[in-house]
Design a protein around this ligand. Sequence first.
Ligand code: GLP
Length: 247
Amino acid sequence: MRVIIRENADGASQYAAQYIIKRINAFAPTPEKPFVLGLPTGSSPEFIYKYLVQGYKAGEISFANVVTFNMDEYVGLPEEHPESYHSFMYKHFFAHIDINPANVHILNGNAPDLAAECANYEQQIAQAGGIDLFLGGIGPDGHIAFNEPGSSLRSRTRVKTLAEDTIRANSRFFGGDLSQVPKQALTVGVQTVMDAREVLLIVLGANKALALAKTIEGSVSQMWTASALQTHEHATIVCDDAATDEM
Ligand code: GLP
Protein backbone atom coordinates (compact mmCIF):
# COMPACT_ATOMS: atom_id res chain seq x y z
CA MET A 1 0.00 0.00 0.00
CA ARG A 2 1.40 3.39 -0.99
CA VAL A 3 0.52 6.46 1.04
CA ILE A 4 0.80 9.90 -0.57
CA ILE A 5 0.51 12.85 1.82
CA ARG A 6 -0.21 16.34 0.58
CA GLU A 7 -0.41 19.50 2.68
CA ASN A 8 -4.08 20.13 2.08
CA ALA A 9 -7.24 18.82 0.43
CA ASP A 10 -6.59 20.75 -2.75
CA GLY A 11 -3.11 19.29 -3.24
CA ALA A 12 -4.31 15.76 -2.50
CA SER A 13 -7.23 16.12 -4.92
CA GLN A 14 -5.01 17.49 -7.69
CA TYR A 15 -2.64 14.58 -7.22
CA ALA A 16 -5.50 12.05 -7.40
CA ALA A 17 -7.03 13.66 -10.50
CA GLN A 18 -3.67 13.71 -12.30
CA TYR A 19 -3.12 10.09 -11.32
CA ILE A 20 -6.46 9.06 -12.85
CA ILE A 21 -5.82 11.06 -16.02
CA LYS A 22 -2.38 9.43 -16.40
CA ARG A 23 -3.79 5.95 -15.92
CA ILE A 24 -6.58 6.41 -18.46
CA ASN A 25 -4.28 7.97 -21.04
CA ALA A 26 -1.64 5.27 -20.61
CA PHE A 27 -4.35 2.62 -21.11
CA ALA A 28 -5.43 4.36 -24.35
CA PRO A 29 -9.02 3.09 -24.17
CA THR A 30 -11.02 2.29 -27.31
CA PRO A 31 -14.72 1.45 -27.80
CA GLU A 32 -13.68 -2.22 -27.94
CA LYS A 33 -11.45 -1.98 -24.88
CA PRO A 34 -12.74 0.79 -22.61
CA PHE A 35 -11.18 1.80 -19.31
CA VAL A 36 -13.39 0.69 -16.41
CA LEU A 37 -13.46 3.19 -13.56
CA GLY A 38 -15.11 2.70 -10.15
CA LEU A 39 -16.34 5.94 -8.57
CA PRO A 40 -17.42 7.25 -5.16
CA THR A 41 -19.53 10.14 -3.92
CA GLY A 42 -19.10 12.25 -0.78
CA SER A 43 -17.37 15.53 -0.08
CA SER A 44 -13.88 14.01 -0.32
CA PRO A 45 -13.92 13.30 -4.08
CA GLU A 46 -15.63 16.58 -5.01
CA PHE A 47 -12.38 18.39 -5.80
CA ILE A 48 -11.11 15.39 -7.75
CA TYR A 49 -14.15 15.66 -10.01
CA LYS A 50 -13.52 19.37 -10.35
CA TYR A 51 -9.96 18.73 -11.51
CA LEU A 52 -11.01 15.90 -13.83
CA VAL A 53 -13.55 18.23 -15.46
CA GLN A 54 -10.82 20.89 -15.78
CA GLY A 55 -8.54 18.30 -17.37
CA TYR A 56 -11.29 17.37 -19.83
CA LYS A 57 -11.94 21.02 -20.72
CA ALA A 58 -8.21 21.58 -21.22
CA GLY A 59 -8.11 18.65 -23.66
CA GLU A 60 -5.91 16.51 -21.40
CA ILE A 61 -8.38 13.65 -21.12
CA SER A 62 -11.45 12.19 -22.81
CA PHE A 63 -13.98 9.96 -21.09
CA ALA A 64 -15.58 8.83 -24.36
CA ASN A 65 -14.17 5.33 -23.91
CA VAL A 66 -14.49 5.13 -20.15
CA VAL A 67 -17.09 2.91 -18.46
CA THR A 68 -18.00 3.79 -14.88
CA PHE A 69 -19.48 1.90 -11.94
CA ASN A 70 -20.49 3.85 -8.86
CA MET A 71 -19.90 2.35 -5.46
CA ASP A 72 -23.26 2.85 -3.84
CA GLU A 73 -26.66 4.47 -3.73
CA TYR A 74 -29.29 5.09 -1.06
CA VAL A 75 -32.33 2.82 -0.96
CA GLY A 76 -35.70 4.49 -1.53
CA LEU A 77 -34.44 7.99 -2.31
CA PRO A 78 -35.87 9.19 -5.67
CA GLU A 79 -33.17 9.37 -8.34
CA GLU A 80 -33.92 13.07 -8.88
CA HIS A 81 -33.54 13.90 -5.15
CA PRO A 82 -30.63 16.38 -4.85
CA GLU A 83 -28.86 14.07 -2.37
CA SER A 84 -29.18 10.88 -4.38
CA TYR A 85 -25.83 9.64 -5.62
CA HIS A 86 -27.26 9.77 -9.15
CA SER A 87 -27.80 13.52 -8.75
CA PHE A 88 -24.39 13.99 -7.15
CA MET A 89 -22.58 12.27 -10.00
CA TYR A 90 -24.32 14.20 -12.78
CA LYS A 91 -23.99 17.50 -10.94
CA HIS A 92 -20.29 17.16 -10.15
CA PHE A 93 -19.00 15.07 -13.02
CA PHE A 94 -21.03 13.38 -15.74
CA ALA A 95 -22.87 16.50 -16.91
CA HIS A 96 -19.54 18.21 -17.66
CA ILE A 97 -17.61 15.55 -19.58
CA ASP A 98 -17.92 13.55 -22.81
CA ILE A 99 -18.94 10.28 -21.21
CA ASN A 100 -21.52 8.18 -23.06
CA PRO A 101 -24.53 7.88 -20.69
CA ALA A 102 -24.80 4.22 -21.72
CA ASN A 103 -21.38 3.69 -20.11
CA VAL A 104 -22.52 5.03 -16.72
CA HIS A 105 -23.61 2.47 -14.12
CA ILE A 106 -25.17 3.47 -10.81
CA LEU A 107 -27.07 1.09 -8.57
CA ASN A 108 -30.83 1.65 -8.59
CA GLY A 109 -31.96 2.05 -4.99
CA ASN A 110 -35.59 2.00 -6.14
CA ALA A 111 -35.42 -1.29 -8.04
CA PRO A 112 -38.41 -3.55 -7.31
CA ASP A 113 -36.06 -6.43 -6.50
CA LEU A 114 -32.98 -5.05 -4.73
CA ALA A 115 -31.21 -8.41 -4.46
CA ALA A 116 -31.59 -8.93 -8.22
CA GLU A 117 -30.33 -5.38 -8.84
CA CYS A 118 -27.18 -6.16 -6.82
CA ALA A 119 -26.55 -9.52 -8.49
CA ASN A 120 -27.02 -7.90 -11.89
CA TYR A 121 -24.52 -5.15 -10.98
CA GLU A 122 -21.84 -7.73 -10.19
CA GLN A 123 -22.57 -9.38 -13.55
CA GLN A 124 -22.28 -6.09 -15.39
CA ILE A 125 -18.91 -5.43 -13.76
CA ALA A 126 -17.72 -8.88 -14.79
CA GLN A 127 -19.03 -8.41 -18.34
CA ALA A 128 -17.14 -5.11 -18.57
CA GLY A 129 -13.96 -7.08 -17.83
CA GLY A 130 -13.61 -6.01 -14.19
CA ILE A 131 -12.69 -2.62 -12.76
CA ASP A 132 -9.33 -1.18 -13.79
CA LEU A 133 -9.20 1.54 -11.16
CA PHE A 134 -11.53 1.97 -8.21
CA LEU A 135 -11.49 5.44 -6.68
CA GLY A 136 -12.92 5.46 -3.16
CA GLY A 137 -13.28 7.42 0.04
CA ILE A 138 -13.77 6.26 3.62
CA GLY A 139 -16.26 7.11 6.32
CA PRO A 140 -15.16 8.21 9.81
CA ASP A 141 -15.83 4.62 10.96
CA GLY A 142 -13.47 3.28 8.29
CA HIS A 143 -16.17 2.06 5.92
CA ILE A 144 -15.39 1.81 2.25
CA ALA A 145 -18.41 2.39 -0.01
CA PHE A 146 -21.18 1.54 2.49
CA ASN A 147 -19.41 -1.50 3.95
CA GLU A 148 -20.09 -0.66 7.55
CA PRO A 149 -18.10 -2.10 10.49
CA GLY A 150 -18.77 -5.83 10.68
CA SER A 151 -19.15 -6.28 6.91
CA SER A 152 -17.52 -9.40 5.57
CA LEU A 153 -14.26 -8.65 3.80
CA ARG A 154 -15.50 -11.09 1.16
CA SER A 155 -18.80 -9.26 0.66
CA ARG A 156 -20.25 -8.44 -2.75
CA THR A 157 -22.85 -5.94 -3.92
CA ARG A 158 -25.85 -6.07 -1.60
CA VAL A 159 -28.29 -4.13 0.56
CA LYS A 160 -26.71 -2.73 3.70
CA THR A 161 -28.31 -1.09 6.72
CA LEU A 162 -26.41 2.06 7.60
CA ALA A 163 -24.65 2.40 10.94
CA GLU A 164 -25.92 5.04 13.34
CA ASP A 165 -22.61 6.92 12.96
CA THR A 166 -22.97 7.04 9.18
CA ILE A 167 -26.55 8.28 9.38
CA ARG A 168 -25.34 11.02 11.72
CA ALA A 169 -22.34 11.89 9.51
CA ASN A 170 -24.47 12.02 6.34
CA SER A 171 -27.29 14.01 7.97
CA ARG A 172 -25.29 17.15 7.11
CA PHE A 173 -26.46 16.64 3.53
CA PHE A 174 -30.09 16.43 4.70
CA GLY A 175 -30.28 19.70 6.63
CA GLY A 176 -28.98 18.00 9.78
CA ASP A 177 -32.23 16.03 10.06
CA LEU A 178 -31.42 12.41 10.93
CA SER A 179 -34.95 11.30 10.05
CA GLN A 180 -34.43 12.36 6.42
CA VAL A 181 -31.35 10.19 5.88
CA PRO A 182 -32.17 6.86 4.21
CA LYS A 183 -31.49 3.95 6.55
CA GLN A 184 -30.35 1.53 3.89
CA ALA A 185 -28.15 1.61 0.83
CA LEU A 186 -27.03 -0.61 -2.01
CA THR A 187 -23.27 -0.95 -2.00
CA VAL A 188 -20.54 -2.85 -3.76
CA GLY A 189 -18.89 -5.28 -1.36
CA VAL A 190 -15.38 -5.15 0.06
CA GLN A 191 -14.46 -8.00 -2.26
CA THR A 192 -15.89 -6.08 -5.23
CA VAL A 193 -13.45 -3.27 -4.44
CA MET A 194 -10.61 -5.71 -3.77
CA ASP A 195 -11.17 -7.32 -7.19
CA ALA A 196 -10.32 -4.06 -8.94
CA ARG A 197 -6.89 -4.14 -10.56
CA GLU A 198 -6.01 -0.96 -8.72
CA VAL A 199 -7.58 1.04 -5.86
CA LEU A 200 -7.04 4.73 -5.13
CA LEU A 201 -8.42 6.07 -1.85
CA ILE A 202 -8.86 9.75 -1.02
CA VAL A 203 -8.90 10.59 2.69
CA LEU A 204 -9.23 14.19 3.85
CA GLY A 205 -9.59 15.96 7.16
CA ALA A 206 -8.94 15.40 10.84
CA ASN A 207 -12.29 13.65 11.32
CA LYS A 208 -10.90 10.78 9.22
CA ALA A 209 -7.63 10.52 11.18
CA LEU A 210 -8.61 7.55 13.33
CA ALA A 211 -10.09 5.71 10.36
CA LEU A 212 -6.94 6.37 8.31
CA ALA A 213 -4.64 5.12 11.09
CA LYS A 214 -6.77 1.95 11.45
CA THR A 215 -6.82 1.49 7.65
CA ILE A 216 -3.05 1.73 7.29
CA GLU A 217 -1.58 0.68 10.62
CA GLY A 218 -4.29 -1.40 12.29
CA SER A 219 -4.81 -5.08 11.74
CA VAL A 220 -6.89 -6.17 8.78
CA SER A 221 -10.34 -6.24 10.29
CA GLN A 222 -13.98 -6.26 9.30
CA MET A 223 -14.48 -3.57 11.95
CA TRP A 224 -12.50 -1.12 9.74
CA THR A 225 -13.38 -2.43 6.32
CA ALA A 226 -10.97 -0.19 4.40
CA SER A 227 -8.13 -2.05 6.18
CA ALA A 228 -8.70 -4.89 3.67
CA LEU A 229 -6.72 -2.75 1.23
CA GLN A 230 -3.55 -3.63 3.12
CA THR A 231 -3.70 -6.94 1.27
CA HIS A 232 -4.39 -5.43 -2.15
CA GLU A 233 -1.54 -5.71 -4.64
CA HIS A 234 -1.97 -2.20 -5.98
CA ALA A 235 -3.57 0.21 -3.52
CA THR A 236 -2.69 3.88 -3.08
CA ILE A 237 -4.01 6.21 -0.41
CA VAL A 238 -3.88 9.94 -1.06
CA CYS A 239 -4.52 12.05 2.02
CA ASP A 240 -3.99 15.51 3.43
CA ASP A 241 -1.84 16.35 6.46
CA ALA A 242 -4.83 16.66 8.77
CA ALA A 243 -5.91 13.07 8.10
CA THR A 244 -2.55 11.77 9.34
CA ASP A 245 -2.99 13.21 12.88
CA GLU A 246 -3.33 9.80 14.53
CA MET A 247 -0.34 8.15 12.85
C1 GLP B 1 -20.55 7.85 2.37
C2 GLP B 1 -20.22 7.04 1.13
C3 GLP B 1 -18.77 6.62 1.10
C4 GLP B 1 -17.89 7.81 1.39
C5 GLP B 1 -18.22 8.35 2.75
C6 GLP B 1 -17.36 9.52 3.17
O1 GLP B 1 -20.80 7.07 3.47
N1 GLP B 1 -21.02 5.87 1.00
O2 GLP B 1 -18.48 6.07 -0.17
O3 GLP B 1 -16.55 7.43 1.32
O4 GLP B 1 -19.57 8.79 2.71
O5 GLP B 1 -17.86 10.70 2.65
P1 GLP B 1 -17.20 12.12 2.83
O6 GLP B 1 -16.12 12.16 1.83
O7 GLP B 1 -18.31 13.06 2.52
O8 GLP B 1 -16.73 12.20 4.23
